[in-house]
Design a protein around this ligand. Structure first.
Ligand code: GAP
Length: 462
């Protein structure tokens, strides 16, 4: 079962150190969250799983890490200054502000409507103003003087750093089409719709890849290009199911209608997840054509082309873009891994059933009690495992409570050191420890000398 509601996950995430409301001591800040010790590990593991699938295991994709704050003309060339806008409406009574499309999409639940069916304020039923366009990019200044000449933008997506580096990467790495450039990085958007935890935040991390291919022979009927788009859609869906472990029945594909396509896209398919409030976007796979390279070439006066040796022609590549949200995936992983089931005694236990690769803590070392006789061996085991896996040591409270705590943070293996391990009453110990499996709760005894090999069968080293 997934989490029954969002509040369950928000509360667990805070209690166990995954995600905290930002600046809580000052009353928090809308749409801003901080990632705690377990949250950063989970985020790192999702990012690494993406990088492994998209870069390391492929021979046609390379990585990039472009500057966040860069020449503002990048955002003129990309079309974001002119087009990255959303329709805003204000309540004439309470002055609250909403995104008109979010009111329609159900972000505020069922909204009241006037006699013509137009939405009214979800808080007090007040009349709303006509929508006006609002640019979602944050502005900042470079240097001490806050004038237009020193103005810069915080990036609303990672993609543009890739486009403006297309020729650099292609030439430095001597790449032939098709090939991709991947990047994971923070992005910023001036989001005004509150709530729903880390689903929609002011700053968030993205994992994006631009896959450059030969332009189609027939621009109006790009059959092969659209087939490549479909291949990437299938590959990305496979990643969420097989690598990240999301239940397939809570994932679906949704093709964008013509009127919702972004300003750069010929076709877009979203991978959606069934959130507690309904279906919502997890990743968009866009067929961006040659829009970005052509626009930047036009504005900069620099050719952003590829020399096709076969035809002896310079061509502008077309692009497929799988664009995933890292922090949004983290929310989905928490929701989807949540499970409530009976423990060894038949009492309720909460388990985060992460894929072992994603688990923030891979192994917990738990001496049976705080007894001084157990500690040296337990510390020796802890020191042995720590360089190999994210490992936690815990000797407080009863062993049952400690198992519950590890289940609730999704630790795949607990290693217990008891009196049989170290010996008692003058009898020698067997130097064996118990491995307890998070999902089956089965326990097996293994010699300490074989512990690393036994754990390696259960959890990948990372
Ligand atoms: N370069 C294309 C692009 O940025 P997008 O659909 O706007 O496309 C891609 O964003 C993904 O980034 C989304 O599917 C979502 O997972 C994530 N994302 C977008 N805005 C977000 C926000 N405000 N907070 C958290 N994640 C967000």
């Amino acid at each position: 079962m997934p989490a029954p509601d969002l509040e369950t996950i928000v509360s667990l995430a805070k209690r166990r150190g995954f995600v905290f409301p930002s600046a809580e001591i000052y009353g928090g800040f809308a749409n801003a969250y901080d990632y705690g010790p377990l949250g950063v590990e989970l985020k790192r593991n999702i990012r690494e799983a993406w990088w492994r699938s998209m870069v390391q295991e492929r021979d046609d994709v390379v990585g990039l890490d472009a500057a966040l704050i860069t020449n503002p003309l990048v955002w003129v060339g990309s079309g974001h200054v002119a087009n990255f806008t959303d329709p805003l409406v204000d309540c004439k009574r309470c002055q609250r502000r909403f995104r008109a499309d979010h009111l329609e999409e159900g972000a505020y639940g069922e909204v009241p409507r006037d006699s013509n069916g137009n939405p009214l304020c979800p808080y007090d039923g007040g009349e709303l103003t006509e929508p006006r366009q609002f640019n979602m990019m944050f502005r900042t200044q470079v240097g001490p003087v806050a004038d237009e000449a020193n103005m810069a933008y915080l990036p609303p997506e990672t993609a543009q750093g890739i486009f403006v580096n297309f020729v650099n990467v292609q030439q430095a790495m001597r790449r032939k089409l098709p090939f991709g450039i991947a990047q994971t990085r923070v992005s910023f958007r001036n989001e005004i719709t509150p709530g729903r935890f880390i689903f929609r935040t002011l700053e968030f991390e993205q994992m994006e890849m631009e896959y450059f291919c030969m332009p189609p022979r027939d621009r109006d009927n790009p059959t092969e290009y659209l087939a490549l788009h479909r291949q990437w859609v299938e590959e990305r869906l496979r990643w969420y199911i097989e690598v990240i472990g999301i239940a397939p029945e809570r994932l679906r594909l949704r093709d964008h209608d013509r009127d919702e396509l972004s300003h750069y896209s010929a076709a877009t398919t979203d991978i959606e997840y069934l959130f507690p409030w309904g279906w919502g976007e997890l990743e968009g796979i866009a067929a961006r054509t040659d829009f970005d390279l052509s626009s930047h070439a036009k504005l900069s006066g620099q050719p952003l082309t590829y020399f096709d040796e076969e035809t002896g022609q310079h061509v502008v590549p077309w692009v497929i873009e799988p664009a995933a949200g890292l922090t949004r995936t983290l929310a989905v992983v928490l929701l989807d891994a949540y499970s409530e089931e009976p423990d060894e005694k038949g009492e309720k236990r909460v388990v985060l059933k992460f894929k072992p690769r994603l688990a923030p803590i891979k192994v917990a070392v738990l001496p049976l009690s705080k007894n001084d006789a157990l500690r040296p061996t337990a510390r020796r085991v802890y020191d042995m495992l720590r360089p190999l896996w994210m490992t936690q040591y815990d000797e407080t409270q009863s062993i049952g409570r400690r198992y519950r705590r590890q289940d609730e943070i999704g630790t795949p293996c607990c290693v217990t050191i008891d009196f049989q391990t170290v010996g008692e009453d003058g009898q020698p110990g067997d130097d064996c420890v118990t491995i307890r499996d998070r999902d089956t709760q089965e326990q097996v005894r293994v010699p300490i000398s074989g512990l690393v090999a036994a754990l390696e069968e259960r959890v990948p080293r990372c």
